[in-house]
Design a binder for this molecule. Structure first.
Ligand code: G3H
Ligand code: 13P
Ligand code: ZN
Length: 339
């Protein structure tokens, strides 16, 4: 199966009440880990690349690796998504590269840091929706700002500051009507990266009520949870055991994500947990085999460790078991549906 529009996966997930993990990639091993996890659990896949990932992989490597993934595993429906597009131009170049889904993150200005006005967000998102839908490409938008900052992306808001930028459900209703976006990333108190919370967050800290209220107002809107790594202690412990130095930290508990899925969350973004798994596995090999210098010696366990995290999330989010039941939809067919 060729890459399919993300909308087809999210519609199916909504119809059957499950969520789909969207995993960030930068290289071959990460793509392989996701595809192997998908094959072992019969899961549909969303692979996503940030602007940094596209730069790192020079775009073309990533594009051909994704083509390889669909050639090797034609039975798995795969959507290829631009994560946090900072401008219409970024989204347009992703569409030209063959991405089947783009995120226009107009919650921030083009610098990827300054919170943008509502009018700016509507304007840039609408521009991207017009061009993307004409080609059958899915559009995710974001309303409200996440806390924290990850490699230069994000407003860098502290926990308290982020409270002022939570998604307003009434505004979400207007935003979706004005832009026609397919999916909406909501700000409910999470942040990117490993350092989200200093203790295990409750549903109140995470403002799960915002998700429930948006779902009540917009039952057909596919919500997206960013910053959804759970930052498992076991993975942080492995890093620290083998020479790393990470302070105690907490992520988003999987049970809270499952609660979100019951209220309309369909896409769950996970990057940090996979980074932790990869880093711990590599550190362990370096510690146990200081003589090793063949990259396969440490990249194989790193890939396996990421695969296990992705598998666990695919099962927990409910996407496992559905890959062979999702109708293949082409971009052309999707473009006709939008027209
Ligand atoms: O949105 C953040 C993702 O974890 C991607 O991070 O910009 O470092 O590639 P990155
Ligand atoms: P984490 O840093 O929690 O994995 O979030 C990733 C993300 O939201 C990518 O857009
Ligand atoms: Zn994100």
């Amino acid at each position: 199966m060729a890459l399919i529009p993300m909308r087809a996966l999210l519609d199916h997930a909504a119809e059957h009440d499950y969520g789909v993990g969207a995993f960030n990639v930068n290289n071959m091993e990460q793509i392989q880990a996701i595809m192997e996890a998908a094959v072992e659990t019969n899961s549909p896949v969303i692979v996503q690349a940030s602007r940094g990932a596209r730069q790192y992989s020079k775009d073309n490597y990533l594009r051909h690796l994704m083509i390889a993934a669909t050639e090797l595993h034609p039975e798995i429906p795969v959507a290829m998504h631009q994560d946090h597009g900072n401008s219409p131009a970024t989204c347009f170049s992703a569409i030209d590269m063959g991405f089947t889904s783009v995120m226009m993150d107009g919650s921030l200005e083009e610098d990827g840091k300054s919170p943008a006005t509502y009018e700016y967000n509507v304007d840039v998102t609408r521009q991207v929706v017009d061009r993307a839908h004409a080609k059958g490409v899915t559009v995710e938008a974001e309303l409200g700002c996440l806390g924290g900052i990850e490699d230069g992306h994000g407003a860098g808001l502290s926990g308290d500051e982020a409270l002022a930028f939570l998604t307003d459900p009434a505004q979400a209703e207007d935003f979706v009507a004005q832009t026609g976006c397919d999916a909406l990333a909501v700000a409910i108190g999470t942040s990117h990266g490993a350092y989200k919370f200093s203790e295990k967050p409750t549903g109140e800290v995470l403002k799960m009520d915002i998700i429930a209220e948006i779902h009540r107002r917009l039952p057909d809107c596919h919500m997206v949870m960013h910053g959804s790594s759970s930052v498992p202690k076991e993975l942080v412990d492995i890093i620290n055991e083998y020479g790393g130095s990470m302070p105690e930290t907490y992520g988003v508990p999987v049970e809270e994500i499952q609660e979100g899925i019951r209220h309309g969350v369909r896409k769950i973004n996970v990057d940090t947990d996979n980074r932790l798994a990869i880093t711990g596995a590599i550190r362990r090999v370096f510690h146990e085999h200081p003589e090793a210098f063949d990259p396969r010696k440490y990249l194989t366990p790193a890939r396996d460790a990421m695969k296990e995290v992705v598998k666990a999330r695919m099962i927990a989010f409910g996407q496992a078991g559905w890959a062979d039941k999702i109708p293949a939809v082409t971009l052309e067919e999707m473009a006709k549906r939008y027209a």
